[in-house]
Design a protein around this ligand. Structure first.
Ligand SMILES: [Mg+2]
Length: 304
């Protein structure tokens, strides 16, 4: 086993990504507060507290299951989502109801498959939580993509939600390459090559073509920025922004947040991917102002 594939090293990388995800989520969600709107234009930090939302809560379950099982165990993941579900963290109504039913003994396979008249959810909820899994599998982007696919089914079974989740995990795995982060175009080319044909994939190819655009608002107008909270309306722009700012968390955050949309989620995705790189840690002051991760999160991999 190499130094980069030891479970301790995997855990460390995934935790770094989770911290970036939590800062992006918590700070991003502050810009749903109307009094904070003017601060966004001036790139000024809003007052504390910065509380994280469902994105971080679910991402903690992803890392907890990887730490315990060394891979995605779907039953353990669904149960962790359900048992740690805090109704006040901004979940969508369908997921709120489903997690309550799982807690009461319902079968996640039936419940997730039955959402939205049997089509499954195409929301961005599987993608928003998955960057730490990509960081965990930094030496194996194909395995990251496969494990992400499995993880998505516990809540989001529509093809676009699954592919969005795969894309974010692939991006985090490629960004976390122990040899150093890729160039923006190589990151998005790598992600496109790892995901199946889909609306998310089409959006990613368009994002790749727009990497040299300086105006994030124009790019967001084309790609979407989560206003419809679907995976295909969220993931391409978040990864466009992350790809351009690998190694610069602040720039990634402001570029992502300034266009509006589902800001906690686009910033959780971009933050989790950028923080998967060694140089992409959030500023210490930002991390200090962000609510601490929950105390049920393991402090290391099982058996370490
Ligand atoms: Mg949220």
């Amino acid at each position: 086993m190499t130094a980069d594939s030891s479970s301790e090293r995997r855990f460390e990388r995934a935790l770094a990504s989770l911290r970036g995800l939590a800062v992006g989520d918590a700070l991003g969600s502050q810009f749903f507060v109307p009094a904070n709107y003017p601060l966004l234009k001036r790139r000024e930090l809003p007052p504390e507290p910065w509380q994280w939302t469902d994105d971080t809560e679910m991402a903690c379950s992803v890392l907890a299951v990887l730490a315990e099982h060394g891979r995605v165990d779907q039953d353990a993941l669904a149960l962790s989502f359900a048992h740690h579900h805090d109704f006040d963290r901004g979940y969508g109504p369908a997921v709120n109801r489903m997690l309550r039913l799982i807690r009461e003994g319902g079968d996640w396979r039936e419940l997730a498959a039955g959402l939205f008249k049997g089509q499954g959810s195409w929301g961005n909820g599987a993608a928003m939580r998955i960057a730490p899994l990509g960081a965990w599998y930094a030496d194996d982007p194909e395995q990251a993509t496969h494990q992400a696919e499995i993880s998505s089914y516990t809540t989001h079974q529509h093809r676009e939600a699954v592919v969005g989740c795969m894309a974010v995990a692939a991006a985090a795995a490629l960004a976390a390459d122990p040899a150093g982060p890729p160039k923006p175009e190589d990151l998005l080319d790598g992600v496109v090559a790892l995901v199946p044909r889909s609306a998310v994939g089409a959006g990613l190819r368009r994002a790749r073509d727009m990497l040299d655009y300086g105006d994030a608002a124009t790019v967001a107008a084309v790609l979407g920025s989560g206003r419809r909270t679907s995976a295909h309306d969220t993931v391409p722009f978040a990864l466009w922004s992350a790809a351009r700012s690998l190694g610069d968390f602040e720039q990634a955050f402001w570029t992502t947040a300034q266009v509006g949309g589902d800001v906690d989620t686009t910033c959780a995705i971009a933050g989790g991917v950028v923080a998967a790189t060694a140089a992409g840690v959030p500023p210490a002051e930002w991390a200090d102002r962000t609510e601490a991760l929950p105390d049920w999160l393991p402090t290391g991999p099982a058996g370490a």
